[in-house]
Ligand binder design. Sequence first.
Ligand code: PRP
Ligand code: MN
Ligand code: MG
Length: 182
Amino acid sequence: ENDMGTDLEKVLISKQEIDAKLAELAAQIDKDYEGKDLLIVGVLKGAVMVMADLARTLSSQVTMDWMAVSSYGAGTKSSGVVRILKDLDTDIAGRDVLIVEDIIDSGLTLSWLISNLGSRRPASLEVCTLLRKPDAAKVEIDVKYVGFDIPNEFVVGYGLDFAEKYRNLPFIGTLAPHVYGG
Ligand code: PRP
Ligand code: MN
Ligand code: MG
């Protein structure tokens, strides 16, 4: 059943705004990594859309790899205890690595990932995220490329899910409270 219309409260960031922001970020990344052999690492599954669109917006040639991680614990929120469901295929020792995320919420997932990938001795390790929720941060993370700082609301679309739904929306929207029992 296609119930997206009533499930959504509002469009927070339109497709046009996402495209414009990715063009800005890509231009900066092109400049910062000029002459380097950049590896971009997408964090499955949320980062699929950002990776695909950012990669196509870059002028530089890059290589792409993917990690799938899962937080587990009692609650539905990220516990910070993470296990690897799919590791990189690439040996990143000596490589310039840019982690690409859809959103930093508590920051726990990324904090763990940075320490895990950092221990593999990359030449450099930076983060690019489309969205960040400053009011939800439980750990401070040094993020080089941020698309949008957003309020602490439940957002879906453009890769982001609620119970695996809404990832394929082409924009970022907020979910109506009745959907998640708010
Ligand atoms: C979401 C999102 C980030 C992470 C952010 O992934 O895509 O990876 O949570 O949350 P945090 O900053 O509080 O750790 P999720 O674990 O839902 O998996 P998914 O990408 O497959 O949806
Ligand atoms: Mn994710
Ligand atoms: Mg998710």
